[in-house]
Ligand binder design. Structure first.
Ligand code: PEP
Ligand code: MG
Length: 558
């Protein structure tokens, strides 16, 4: 038996033959410079061809893996026109006799080395993106077509590392899993693998030996384990995992079209979180019954200036209309803290998570808020739109939001523009302050949705962005669960519904607790809908208790 362990970055167990990725031989251009002007023209042609290919890839990614994957290729295309990158290539061409290939190589190396040296692992991982862009440009200059795999059966694809564009260009039907020697969980290949639902393990180092080409292995994308020629007990273990996985997949499939109710008939709304209208396709594919959180800031983060009212209207309308009468909760922009857009010119803050973010920006910049509210109300004529305000701490903030809504409705009335006057208004419960004044807040709005990511951060005084807090960042902490209970009691006292849209909503081990607390809606990523529905349908609501709200010793928690 041979055993390797790397970092599991995309869940799932598979068995299959290893196939090492074949790259087009790193072609070296040895033609002499044709002179500065001619090389400049060649460079411009290669830039244009590369941008065209990347835009086509972005479209393919949007269809196969969603908006986030498309953004990756759009960013690659933008990088080709980056001023500093272009200046670096132009400067190299001035040093004749340099070829366009040489200029691209030099600039690619300089920029990727600069990123690789940064402290932030996310930025380090971006070095691979720059190498990917530079390789594409060089290939275009030399007329080289990239390699891939040439197999008749599905394989586990192995490589030193895979560039995002290589990952996307593969025929997914032929790929059972990914194994790489390098890479990290924040590399875009890992992100793409997760979006496409293909198991992946990275960081296997030299243990992943090209001599293994063709050997059959078992891999577990959760634990990061790979086994070749397993012994009896290991084989039985992997076969049992495969059988369990098959059962879960069949169960999830069988849940399509079923109602979201407990065994004893208590309904719970199972909705989805999305970042763009394109994600609605995944909601529909997984039979989501509504959208509980549309993070509208995505529209702002991908733009280089404030998105216009019309651009926003089109995006909201597209989502609302596609959901065909099912509820679509759109959150007003939640910019600030970790989500920065340069054109907002936000002040540099010591503690941005405690600073000017989300609703605070909207209330300080009424024109920005008005534009978004107009787009939202106009979209409300095309579906069941609900509007949700993030990061609320005080009753006056909610009243100010409602006042802004009334002003926008009055404008639309005057202009004769159609909208739904009864559009539901809700708030996110994500600060301890909002929990403590939940009774007053509940009298002002139509629903609550708990953002457990931020509620955990602010309740436990733990930065959600930090990688070092480990067990201290615990969304299952009794303090967070008791906050949920307080908010739920306040909501029900006022006769409104309450949901959860933070990551905790998908934690199946807490489903009974959520039912005992009285949560009415859970909003999760589209791929989590069917497993959640299956768990819900085998749970008896009457038997659910509030045990977890008690404090437990660290070791007692699962
Ligand atoms: C949350 O805080 O739980 C939430 C859903 O909002 P975001 O993660 O976008 O801050
Ligand atoms: Mg939040």
């Amino acid at each position: 038996m041979r055993f390797m362990e790397g970092k599991g970055v995309s869940k799932g167990v598979v068995k299959g033959p290893i196939c090492f990725y074949q790259r087009a031989a790193a072609a070296v251009s040895n033609h002499a410079s044709l002179g500065m002007e001619a090389e400049k023209r060649r460079l411009e042609d290669a830039k244009a061809a590369s941008i065209e290919q990347l835009n086509a890839l972005a479209e393919q990614a949007r269809e196969e893996a969603g908006a986030d994957a498309a953004l990756l290729f759009e960013t690659h295309a933008m990088f080709i026109e980056d001023e500093d990158f272009c200046d670096c290539m132009d400067a190299a061409l001035m040093e004749q006799p340099c070829t366009a290939e040489g200029a691209v190589e030099l600039a690619g190396e300089q920029f990727s080395a600069m990123l690789a040296e940064m402290d932030d692992p996310y930025m380090q991982a971006r070095a691979a993106d720059i190498r990917d862009v530079a390789r594409r440009m060089r290939n275009n200059l030399m007329g080289v077509t990239e390699g891939g795999i040439d197999v008749g059966e599905p394989v586990i694809l192995a490589a030193g590392d895979l560039a995002p564009s290589e990952t996307l260009q593969l025929d997914k039907r032929s790929i059972l899993g990914f194994l790489t020697q390098g890479g990290s969980s924040s590399s875009h290949t890992a992100i793409l693998a997760r979006t496409m639902g293909i198991p992946a393990i990275c960081g296997l180092g030299d243990a992943l030996d090209p001599a293994m080409n063709g050997c059959t292995v078992y891999m577990d994308g959760e634990t990061g384990q790979v086994v070749l020629e397993p012994d009896g007990p290991t084989l039985a273990d992997f076969e049992a995992k495969l059988a369990r996985q098959r059962e879960q997949q069949a169960l999830a499939e069988s849940m399509k079209g079923q109602a979201d109710v407990t065994l004893d008939g208590r309904p719970l709304m199972v909705y989805c979180n999305i970042g763009s209208p394109e994600d609605v396709a995944a909601v529909q594919a997984n039979d989501g019954q509504g959208i509980g959180l549309f993070r509208s800031e995505f529209l702002y983060l991908t733009a280089s200036q404030y998105p216009t009212e019309d651009a926003q209207f089109r995006a909201y309308k597209q989502a609302a209309a596609a959901m065909n009468g099912k509820r679509v909760v759109i959150r007003t922009l939640d910019i600030g803290a970790d989500k920065q857009a340069a054109y907002f010119n936000l002040p540099k803050e010591e503690n941005p998570a405690l600073g000017l973010r989300a609703i605070r920006i909207c209330l300080n910049r009424p024109e920005v808020f008005r534009t978004q509210l107009r787009a939202l109300y106009r979209a409300s004529a095309y579906g069941k739109v609900a509007i949700m305000f993030p990061m609320i701490t005080s009753v006056w903030e909610v009243r100010a939001c409602k006042e802004a809504c009334r002003a926008v409705m009055a404008e639309l009335d005057q202009e004769g523009v159609p909208y739904n006057r009864d559009t539901e208004l809700g708030i996110m419960i994500e600060t301890p302050a909002s929990v403590l004044v939940a009774e007053e807040l509940a009298r002002e709005v139509d629903f609550f949705s708990v953002g457990t990511n931020d509620l955990t951060q602010y309740t436990l005084a733990c930065d959600r962005q930090s990688n070092d807090l480990g067990r201290f960042f615990d969304p299952r902490h009794p303090a967070v669960l008791r906050a949920l209970k307080l908010a739920a009691d306040a909501a029900h006292k006022a006769g409104i519904w309450i949901g959860i849209c933070g990551e905790l909503a998908a934690d199946l081990s807490l489903l009974e607790t959520f039912l005992a607390i009285g949560i009415d809606e859970l909003s999760v990523s589209p791929s989590a809908v069917l497993p959640l529905r299956a768990a819900l349908r085998r749970t008896s609501a009457k038997a659910c208790t509030l045990d977890r709200l008690e404090c437990q010793a660290e070791g007692e928690r699962e």
